[in-house]
Every structure is written in structure tokens, then in C-alpha cells.
Design a protein around this ligand. Sequence first.
Ligand code: BLA
Length: 516
Amino acid sequence: QHSNEKVDLDNCDREPIHIPGSIQPHGVLLAFDPQSLVLRYWSQNAAMLLGRKVTLTETPESLFGARTAAAIRQISQESPAVVVPIDGGATIGREDENIRHTAAAHLHAGMLLLEIEIAPIDKIHSRAISKLPRLLKTATHRMQACQTMEELYSAIATQIKSLSGFDRVMIYRFLEGGHGAVVGEAAESHLESFLGLHYPASDIPQQARRLYELNAVRLIADIHAPPVPIAAADSDAQQPLDLTFSYFRSVSPIHIEYLQNMGVAASMSISILQGGDLWGMIACHHYEPRNLTLEVRDACELIGVAAGVYLGSRQLALENQIYRVRRDALHQTLRTAAAGESFRAGIEAALPIMPQIVDAEEALVCLDGKILTLRNESPTIQSLIPLIPQIAAATSGPLFYTDSLRTHFPSSAPIRAEVAGVLAIRIGESPLDIMLFVRPEYAHEVSWAGKPQKEEVATAHGIRLSPRKSFETWREIVRDHSRKWSTVDRDMALELHNGLAELLGRRAIELTRINE
Ligand code: BLA
């Protein structure tokens, strides 16, 4: 333990997960001084793999012989943080023709880290490895052929599932405020689906997200396997080894408990980045322990990179399309409004199109003391009417928006869940002339796919640490809030405001001409 603070549910964003002081037991880690190449840290299972006791005077030469040592020395000259496989795996470890080792090394934070693992050597595995390029090609083609984001989510999950053999593969997408949702899934048919569930931002704390931006793949091969401590030379004992780029880093106990509560035995997640930021993750669960070879993990990482590229271009196309739809709705609204007998008649005729401009559920207009809306008798609209004076007073801008009316106007009468968020624009001279757009509660919009089959398990942290419970936590957090109004929403609303102001101006001029 490198921190005096005990990690619990309230402070886990401060847990230093990059320096846990231990690794998972399916590999061996050695860290050398990059200049002298003298050993400085080793995982306490090193002797087992190397077949002899490890001492502090060891160098790559003394440990692995000249050829492998030369490859490791080469890495000490390379750029930091790139994990490079080391050839000559056979010369690492005990002399035994039935054991193959894979090794990879990288430079980070002033240390050269070498990670070694035992790799299966049988025919099945060699065949699997030789098939990887073809599998990657197929995966890329499948992703390329997808027309929509949903198809793409599903294709990515399916490809990772067939490559990794994990029981369940989910596409977990980060949304506003850092919360996330399972937007795609490929799972064994007997498993209950998590598709469509939303989770609070706290399920994946900040420091974990930063780490996942740097290191794209982490595998927890067996959540029950006891971690192996890392031993250090006396001079380094106070300075824990930085495992940011390590394959074997041991995992936060809080997260282990989360996986345990779900009945998961092994987990892997692969980062999906967009412009260097974490867009989401491919989250994989297995209900038995599961380890993958370095080659398969690397292939998964590549699919993650390709997924980021394809998702990025699909998302851009989608955003452009949405923008066009909204622009069309805006122009149609302004044309319809201009064609009306009067300003009010024009607005009334445009009511059905208007919500599309800002992606709202409903629109309501207050003009010359009259309420114009499509569904006058709806309880949603009725519950909003008493609030109009307060909202109008707040709309001096000419724009006002909130994703939580109840938080913004705490003293007001009860507001229904259907009107959690409001965006308003000023449309006339009178202080009460405004146009309101309404969004329902976010949790209300999100469907909850299926009820849980199993009761929640009670553990030390209560039943909070599980996906079903997390979904409820998320619903509590976003209660009384709608989806946030985005910059595009606000820009479109301003354009509508300007368009209507211009129209009102033109009508005023026409009126004066007629009266003259
Ligand atoms: C890490 N939390 C994670 C990871 C995922 C999730 C995918 C990445 C590690 C991995 O690959 O397993 C969350 N996993 C989910 C979610 C689903 C899922 C939402 O399968 C939904 C189906 N976790 C909590 C709370 C805390 C917490 C309340 O739920 C802290 C207060 C901590 N989660 C936590 C930590 C990590 C983590 C510390 C980092 C683990 C590590 O890499 O060491």
C-alpha cells in the first residue's frame, strides 16, 4: 500500500492505480536502470520463471545471454512508452522445449520494464496466431461495410468476441458529464443483456480514464488470482514502480469487487480513442478465468484503433446529417411563418416542425397573452404554463436554457418528469412573448432493457457495485434533469430567434405601409 488513505467508494478517484506495487500472477516483470541496465525491481514470481534466484547485480546478459540482452539494450535507446516485443523468447526462462515465452519491453518514467509471460506452444495456438492477419482483415472489412453507428457497434462487439473468445463483449460509450451507456453488445445467448443500460461517471474514475487513454488494453485474467508483490532494491523501496504501460498491472480492489458482484471471472477492456480522448471502451467479460496471448491482445488493440477511426467517420457523417435535418426544419419554419396571414397564424402553422430545430419533444409559444401549442390539453403543457412568467423573466438574453427546471426554479409548483429541461427564446416586444422548447427527463427517455434475472448480492460495499445497481444510481443522479442543451441546440435556437425577429420587423414595416 503506497498511500496512507484507505480506498473506499467515496475517494476512489484518488486511488493511485498506476502504482499498485504488484502485478497479476500470469506474468513476470523485471525493471532495469535504462543506463546501466542493472536490475532494480522484480516481481516476486521471477525466480519461478527464470529457474533461479534473482539478485540485484543481475543484468540482461546475466539473465538471458548475449542475444536477448542486445535486443533489450536496443529498447533502452528507443522512444519511451512504446511496448516492443523481444525476439528470442525461447532464450528467456528455463531451458525447456515445451515452453515458449513472449517478452515485451518499454521505457517509462526513467525505467526499462521487461514483461515476460509463458505462451502456449501447441499446434492449435500456432495456427491461431498465423490466422490473425486474416481475422484482422475480415474485421476491418465488416466495420467498413456498416452504414449506421448501431451496425458498427454490433460489428465491433462481434469481431472482438470471435477474436478473444470472451463470453460477453460490450461497446461502452461515454456520454455527457462522463456517464456512459452500453450501446452495442455481443454475448452468449444465455446471458441477460446489458444493452441500453446507463452508468454513472463514478463507475470508471478519472485517473482510470487517463490511464486508459495512454494504455489501450488491460486484461484481468483471473479476478481471484492473488497479486504478486514487486520487490525493489533498497534505494528504490520508497519509490513505487510506475506500471502505466504494463500489461500485468494488478487491478484496483474496488473494481475487482465490482466484477465479483457481476459473477465475472475475467475481464478485458480496450480503449476507443477519438482525437486522443477516450470516446468509450470495448468491455469484455468472461465467466471463467481467461488469458490471451500477447499476439491476440495486440490484435484486439488494433481493432480498437480501427474502431476509433470508423466510429469517428460515421459519427461525423451522422452529425452532418442531423445538422442538415435541423437546418431544413429551421428554413421550413421560417418559410411557413412568413406565409401566414398574421405573425401568430404563421407561428401556429409551423408548430409541428419547430421542435426538430433544437431536438426537443414539444414546443409552446406564448404570444400576445395567448398560448399556442399542438397539445393544449396535455398535462405536460398544462404544468408548464404557471412557470411562463418566471421563464420569460429569465429570458433576457434573448436565450434561456436549463436542463433542470426544478433545480433552476426550486420554489415553483411541482413540475412533471416530462418537462425536465427547457430552452426559451424571446420572439416579440411584450415581456411575455417567448417560445419554449421542452425535453423530458433523461432517465425517462432511456429504456431499461429487461428486468434483472438475479437478486443483487450483498457485499462489504453493500449492493452498490454492480451494473443493475449502477443503473439505478445513474437514474438517481440524473433525476429531474433532461439531456443537456448542446452548443448546436443553442446556435440553432439563436438562428430561429434572429429569423423570427427579422420577420416581425418586415411585418411591422408592411403594417405601417398599409396604414399609410
Ligand atoms: C475500472 N470500471 C472499470 C473498467 C470498466 C468499469 C469497464 C475498466 C476495467 C476493466 O477492463 O474491467 C465499469 N464495467 C464497467 C461498467 C460495466 C462493466 C459500468 O462491465 C457495465 C456493464 N467502480 C465503481 C465505483 C468505483 C469504481 C463506484 O463502480 C469507485 C468508487 C472504481 N472502476 C473503478 C476503478 C477502476 C475501474 C478504480 C480501475 C481499475 C484498474 O484499471 O485498476
